[in-house]
Each structure stands twice: as C-alpha cells, then as structure tokens.
Design a protein around this ligand. Structure first.
Ligand SMILES: [Zn+2]
Length: 183
C-alpha cells in the first residue's frame, strides 16, 4: 500500500497501528504524518511509516533534454526545457544553447530557428545556467516548422535538409539523427 500524504494528515488511529517512523500521535489519539511522503503500512505487524519523498533531482551534466527555442541573444539561443532524460518536468527550466564549435561561420539562423524543438545535451552548469550543446550527431533539431506557412518540415534524405511539402522549399537546420522520431 502506497499513498502520498502531507504533514499533519490524519492517517489512522493509535488503536489500528504502531508508529514505526515519520508520524506522530496527536492528543486525540490519531496518527498524523510528519512529512510530505508516502505512507507504508504493514498489515501483519500493524506498523505504519511515512517515508519522505526525495527532492526533485536537478538537471545534471550529461543529461539529455528536449526543449523549444524561445529566444536569441548574439550567438546563443534560449531553450525552454520540458523533458529531461525522457521525463516530463513539472516546472520550466531555461537552457542556453551554444552553437556547435566545428561550424566556422556561426550563422546560427541556418542551424535552428525560433520555435524549433531541439534535443540537446547538458554540458555545463556554470553560473547557475544550464548550458546546452547539440554538437554530437544525435543532438540537434528534432522538429522544425516552415518559415513561410508554419507547417512541420520533413527530413529530406538526399539534401540533408528539411522540406515543406506544401511550399515545396527546403530549409537548413543542424538536424538530430532523431529528427521526427522524438516528438
Ligand atoms: Zn511551407
């Protein structure tokens, strides 16, 4: 049996269970939770425990992220991150996307555009900022939209570009090998 409880929640009476940990007995003889946590009941031993929930794991170097380009500043793009290591996050994080170093000209408008979905790796957390890279092959744009009509672009194998089937035109992106497969 596993249920989430908050501090002070009435869990049972002292006639029903013995407190093992994470709970207390109030003056009325009720067992109440000490933590935001999960309640564990042993029906044979008649034990009750509340185990505190672990704090949300923060984003770490090497984690993979999925997010959307929300802004630009010089050579950097800002990304609203909503998936980390395949888990949807319950709050918003913003990452700073660094342009790939191997590109001589740093014309980032040919690599990603506002509104593109990208798959990126966390490379640093310096200055309390999540720094993202799409340098490796698997990282890059995973879904992009036509600059003219806004429709989703499809990957064109021959040109290694993305194509709008409606406008019949091609656009450049630094594509992830997972383009069209993650979202
Ligand atoms: Zn189009």
């Amino acid at each position: 049996m596993k249920k989430i409880v908050i501090p002070g929640d009435k869990l049972a009476t002292i006639e029903e269970y013995i407190i093992k940990e994470g709970a207390y007995e109030d003056k009325q003889g009720f067992i109440r939770s000490l933590y935001l946590g999960s309640i564990l009941i042993d029906p044979i031993e008649k034990n009750l425990a509340v185990r505190p929930l672990k704090k949300l794991k923060l984003i770490d170097i090497g984690d993979t992220t999925i997010g959307r380009i929300s802004n630009f500043s010089g050579i950097y793009a800002y990304v609203d991150i909503f998936v980390v290591n395949n888990n949807v996050m319950d709050r918003k994080f913003t990452g700073t996307l660094h342009p790939p170093r191997y590109r001589n000209n740093r014309d980032i408008s040919r690599m990603y555009k506002f509104g593109d979905y990208i798959y990126a790796e966390v490379i640093s957390k310096a200055n309390r900022t999540i720094h993202l890279s799409i340098e490796k092959k698997e990282f890059g744009v995973i879904l992009a939209f036509c600059s003219l009509c806004g429709r989703a672009l499809v990957r064109d194998k021959k040109s290694k570009k993305v194509k709008c089937k409606v406008c019949n035109r091609y656009e450049d992106r630094k594509l992830s090998t997972k383009y069209g497969k993650l979202l």
